[in-house]
Ligand binder design. Structure first.
Ligand code: UT7
Length: 328
């Protein structure tokens, strides 16, 4: 059999129950609902419960994706989990999800760290595995508990992030022009100081809520400019690689960091916001989970239909960024 593409056969997502509104944040910090909404587009975000870990969110998203695909977890050949907020340093959160899914086959499973671009990186890896014949069915998850990576005293960052998970099941298909048509990945380490955590195992600095040490720090304004530029460029690269015109894209499914970044990418594509899947208002920035969360929402509410052409993109810490062109 000649394998031509990796097709998405199911999607799923999960958000923790607790909603944290801008009004609640304004009660604790020197900020306002108005500032957060106008600068970011965010009105609320979800926060994982005590004892609820990244693998728990990932498990629920994965179960829903498997259910939509109508396949059992036992038929998976590979699990890739993109996260910046793993349950533990090790074992990998992907392996914990493998166990929680009850998978008895000793299939490979590992975590992938490309921060907010992690899910796009995961799709690209899964596409390569399937095209090469190394795997026929791959589960790709983006899952985060970003609420545990931010300093809740730092108004410039904590208001931005939320928790959640999304997943897709990919399967080998012989149908040409179906599934992942192309992926484009980039990294540039020279901007590390604009967006990074201050702590980590090898640095010997742990994330400590009492002292506020170790948490995420960002020079938001400078990250914003780099994100807009990189995403505008990647849109052009993706279209050119496929010989497509921007008018042929049915849906933009962007990383949900800031409504103003999303609007600038949509403008580059000549798209009205009606053709952009937006969740940033209700989810905030869920890092690697944001693209699959948005994708699943639009698949389940019927906006995305079989045959539609989707442009997925993300930009984040590293910097890392990437895009995927997908025929649903
Ligand atoms: O997903 C990974 C990639 N990340 C991103 O793409 C994030 C990109 N950056 C952004 O989304 C925006 O830069 C932010 C939303 C983070 C910030 O918006 P901004 O318009 O770039 O604001 P700013 O950082 O330039 O700050 C403007 C002012 C500052 O006060 P002064 O110096 O002008 O007096 C900040 O101290 O807003 C102040 N400020 C706040 N005020 C009220 C910062 N955070 C807050 C806040 N509430 N929460």
């Amino acid at each position: 059999m000649s394998i031509l593409a990796a097709r998405m056969i199911g999607s799923g997502s999960y958000l923790p129950e607790q909603i944290l509104s801008n009004a609640e944040l304004a009660g604790r910090l020197d900020t306002t609902d108005e500032w957060i909404r106008t600068r970011t587009g965010i009105t609320e975000r979800r926060i994982a419960a005590p004892g609820e870990y990244t693998s728990d969110l990932a498990l629920k998203a994965a179960q829903r994706a498997l259910q939509m695909a109508d396949v059992s977890a036992e038929t998976l050949d590979f699990i890739l989990l993109a996260t910046t907020t793993p349950d533990l340093v090790f074992p990998a959160t992907a392996v914990r999800v493998q166990r929680k899914l009850g998978v008895k086959r000793q299939i490979p499973a590992f975590d992938l760290q490309a921060v907010c671009a992690g899910f796009i990186y995961g799709l690209s890896m899964a596409d390569s595995l399937i095209r090469s014949g190394a795997a026929r069915r791959v589960l790709v998850i983006g899952a985060e508990t970003m609420s545990r990576a931010v300093d809740w005293q730092d108004r410039s960052t904590c208001i931005l992030f939320g928790d959640g998970a999304g997943a897709v099941v990919l399967e080998a298909t012989e149908e040409p022009q179906r599934g992942i048509l192309s992926t484009h990945l980039y990294a540039d380490g020279q901007y590390e100081d604009l967006l990074r955590t201050q702590g980590g195992i090898s640095h010997g600095i742990l994330l400590d809520p009492a002292s506020g040490s170790g948490f995420l720090q960002m020079r938001g304004n400078e990250v914003f400019k780099q994100a807009v530029k990189a995403l505008e460029e990647i849109v052009d690269v993706t279209l050119a690689a496929n010989g497509l015109d921007k008018s042929q894209i049915d849906w933009l499914v962007p990383h949900q960091a800031n409504i103003r970044i999303i609007q600038s990418t949509a403008k580059r594509l000549g798209m009205t916001m009606e053709r952009v899947v937006m969740t940033v208002d209700r989810h905030g920035n869920t890092s690697a989970a944001s693209v699959p969360l948005a994708l699943d929402e639009a698949v389940r509410d019927g906006r995305i239909q079989p045959g539609h052409l989707l442009l997925l993109e993300a930009f984040g810490g590293g910097f890392t960024w990437g895009s995927a062109l997908v025929r649903w």
